[in-house]
Each structure stands twice: as C-alpha cells, then as structure tokens.
Ligand binder design. Sequence first.
Ligand SMILES: NC(=O)C1=CN([C@@H]2O[C@H](COP(=O)(O)OP(=O)(O)OC[C@H]3O[C@@H](n4cnc5c(N)ncnc54)[C@H](O)[C@@H]3O)[C@@H](O)[C@H]2O)C=CC1
Ligand SMILES: O=C(O)C(=O)COP(=O)(O)O
Length: 526
Amino acid sequence: MRILICDGLHPQGLDILRADPDVEVLAPDQPSAELIREILPECDAMVVRSRTKVTADLLENAPRLKVIGRAGTGVDNIQVQAASARGILVMNTPGANAMAAAEHTMALMLALARHVPQATQSMREGRWDKKRFMGTELYQQTLGIVGLGKIGTIVADRALGFKMNVLAHDPHITPETAAILGTEWVELDKLWSRADFITLHTPLTAETRNLINRDTLSKMKKGVRIINCARGGLIDEEALYEAIVSGHVAGAALDVFAKEPPEGSPLLRLPNVIFTPHLGASSTQAQENVSRAIAMQILDYLKRGIIRNAVNFPSMSAREYDRLRPYMRLAEQLGHLHGQLSTPIERVDIEYSGPELQELPLDPLTQSIAKGLLDPILAEKVNLVNAPLLLQERKIQLTATRTTATQGYTGLIRVTVESKGQKKSATGAVFPGNEIRLIRFNTYRLEAELEGINLIVQNKDTPGVIGFIGTTLGTFHINIANMHLSRTPEKDKAVAIIRLDTEAPEEALNALRANPMILSVEQVRL
Ligand SMILES: NC(=O)C1=CN([C@@H]2O[C@H](COP(=O)(O)OP(=O)(O)OC[C@H]3O[C@@H](n4cnc5c(N)ncnc54)[C@H](O)[C@@H]3O)[C@@H](O)[C@H]2O)C=CC1
Ligand SMILES: O=C(O)C(=O)COP(=O)(O)O
C-alpha cells in the first residue's frame, strides 16, 4: 500500500506508517500540485492538511485511491462529494487540534486587545510609545462565539476564566447545553449587536460562507473586535476592510484567509489588524495528536476495514465493528442475492429486528445492502461509500426500519425488493459462530448458507421433481454440494436452494426449465 503525504505531517505519524511492513510512504517536501497529480494514480491513500486542494479533477485520475486522510479538522479543501462518488473515504481527526486552535484564539484576542504585535514592532523601530497602545481589558467585556463545537467550547471556558460575559450562537446546540457551558445562547442578530469581541468557530459550508458581511457588520456594535481562527471564507474580507477603515470595527485578528497566503490583500496594510499564517493547529502537541490519529485511522481502514472519523461514512468503534462484521456480510449477501434476482430494482425496504440490532448502528448495514444490490449490476467500482449515491442516481427508493420483533433470533435482516410490480423478500440471520443463513425466502422457511453458486428452483410440490433436478444436473457433470428444501404452508409449491460445486451452463438451466413441474430456475453467485 502506497501512502502519499502531501502536506507536512509530524514524524510521530510518519513513524507509525513507516513501521508497517505493508506500507510504502511517499513524503515529498511541499509537493507541487503537478507532482501530486503525477504520483497520486499509484497511491492507495493520501494525507493532507489545509494546503493541498483535493478537487474532483485530481480524483479523476486516482484509480487506486481508497482513503483521503485530513490530519486536522476542516475538510473544506477536499471535494468530499466527488470523493464519495468514487467510493473514496474521507476522514479527519476531530478534536485532535481543538486545544491548539482555542488557545491560539485566546492568544489573538489578548494580543488584539493590547496591541502586542504593533507594540513589538514599534519597539523594534526604537520607540517607547506608551500612549499609542492603550488597550482594553477582556474582564466584563462581552464575547460572542459563533459555533459552540469543540473549539468554541474551550474558548468559552477560557473566556469565562477571564470573567467575560459569553454569548453563543450555534443552531445545533440547545440553549440548555449552552447554559451548562456557562454561556448564553442567543440568536445571531443579538450576538452581533451585543458583543464587544466576536470569534468564529464554525466549519466553512454553503451556509456559513460570508457569515460576516456588510449587512451583519452593520448590526455590530461600534468598536467591536473580530477574531477568526476558523476559515477565511466565513468573512467577506472586502466588507471587513471597509468596516475597519470607517472605524466601525476597532480591529481584527485573523489566522485564516479566503485565499492563503492572502497576497495583495488590503487588510495586510491596516495597522489595527493582526495576523498569523494559519497557525491555529500549529502546536507540537496538536501536530503529534493529528498525525498519530490519522496514521492509525488510515491503517485501520486499509488493513482491517475499520472506519473511524469518516465524514462520508458512518463511523464505528472497533468493538462495534467486530459485532457488526457478520451482519455486514449478511447484509451484503442479501443485497447480492436480490441484485441477481430482480431487475430493474425500483424499491428496497429493509427491516432490522432482534435485540442485537437494537444497539448497533444500522447505516453500515444499509450501505452494505446497497453495495450488494449494485455490485452485480454495475461495471464501476461499488463500495460502501458510493453505494448510497449510486442508488440515488438510479432513482431506487430505499427505506430502513428497526423493529423489536425477534422471532427467536438475536438479529434478523429482511430485505424486500420491488421490481416490475413484483415483490421478493429474503430474510437472513447470524447464527452462533457468526455463520450467516438465509432463513426465509418469500414465504418459504429454510436455513440455507448464503455463499457460493446456488440454484433457486421453484416447483409444484409433486413427487419426482428433486430426482429430476439431480439427474439433469448429473448429465451436465454438475455436482451438488448441498440442498435446502421448503414448501409453502399450503403445500402446493416448493423451493429448492441447491449449492453447486461449479456453475451450471445455460443449457442445464433450460433443461430444468423444460419440466412443466418447475416454475422457475435462477442461478445466483454469492
Ligand atoms: N485555524 C486553524 O488552524 C484551525 C481551524 N479550524 C476550523 O475550526 C472549525 C471548528 O472546529 P471544531 O470546533 O473542532 O469543529 P466542531 O465540529 O466541533 O464545531 C463546529 C460547530 O459549528 C457549529 N455550526 C455549524 N454550522 C453553524 C452555523 N451556521 N452557525 C453557527 N454554528 C454552526 C456546529 O454545530 C458545531 O458545533 C473547523 O471546521 C475548522 O474549519 C479547526 C482547527 C484548526
Ligand atoms: O484542522 C484544521 O481545520 C486546520 O485548519 C488546521 O490546518 P493545518 O493542518 O494547520 O493546515
């Protein structure tokens, strides 16, 4: 496995990757976009920070790429949807650099309040300018935090330590939770109008882009100070420039910029704006944390299939993964069975039941079913990441529900597929020893293994049919490995699921179909 390290990764993470005998690490120093484009087609994984832009165009020529690891938090430099469409997992390391970013925010807030960088510069120039650098205290000032996630929460705690009044706005956090953290949850307009300092801690999304703009700036208090340690795109930089020049905003501290580096930005000329070059995560501890975390996550995924901190797939712990694994195999095989029995698929209804499936996350199972369904149909690479998108593209409706019914099993998955107005259903269970079995096919009860080459033969329940099947297959030199029989409660129809040692040719299937007692013959490869 070849892993390309695009942006600087701390040696601790590199050592973890290099210690693995199955891994070759390519770590060119600050590789250009051209070099990345050249090497990527041969790589199974890539690791980035904020410098490298992972575009749809770049991913087009990355046939081996399975995972993009972001050694950090923000994934706005990665076109996640394009990665998902190609079945590439995108993972980050949430929280691993939150302390660094929060402390940097506090450093910038204090430096901004007391003009530390400007005073340093003036002393370097030989001056002793006490009057010019009169500052403001944080004590009893009001701080408005936009985004009360991992970083926002630490900033709130530190600001409370400075005895600031802390307002917070985060649509995904309740006022009660905000209050537990010692903050007052307010609507954005209130935050703009009441805060003396404003700090941003949201991801950059379509919703948060240009959160601070001419309109919102006009709602802020005169003399407000703004800190941005999240993403440059959260602020309309031109509007901020104007608001600072007009004196409405007293100052700003910026770690991040719409374009990095912000060459030619007029903000760089303003004396009351202070800067750092995207240093929020640049502490030794944070870089150790993110590099170790991403190295281990990538190895876990490439070597063991364990998915953690993926932004385009539900995450699961190693323990959950162990428990889910047989159900994921069962789910995929049920999908695989249906994918070969019904075409075109219009609708898929999934029912999860049994005590074990009450506790485990179900999305990985639903995604496994989707993968199983599409694998036999599509030429392109289908995996757990892109299967749901491919289902959507093909306009296949899917529902998944959880019920408490058990029918004596610890976990059951029932998949019903509708095609051309006809419904087929298959129910599977995990048996002790993690054996997976098909226990119900339409109305037939059975206990068939879900693997290998199988014939599914439906017939009228009359004597001699099974003998005929055996003899016919014998004439084609096809050996039967095992057979599961069942019939309807009315005893008029029966099904045989016959595991074969070798695939039956079309002539053999037609020879079986020629018998009027045989209603249908289908061959599936599981
Ligand atoms: N300057 C730097 O070096 C660093 C910058 N960052 C940036 O900081 C951001 C936040 O990081 P974390 O706190 O670790 O992430 P997080 O995911 O824990 O927190 C983000 C919070 O923003 C909230 N949010 C989302 N949309 C919102 C909206 N429209 N209005 C208000 N709140 C909204 C979410 O509910 C969540 O609570 C990252 O997305 C990244 O862009 C992160 C680390 C270092
Ligand atoms: O983790 C994040 O979101 C960051 O912005 C850190 O960026 P960096 O890895 O230092 O380029």
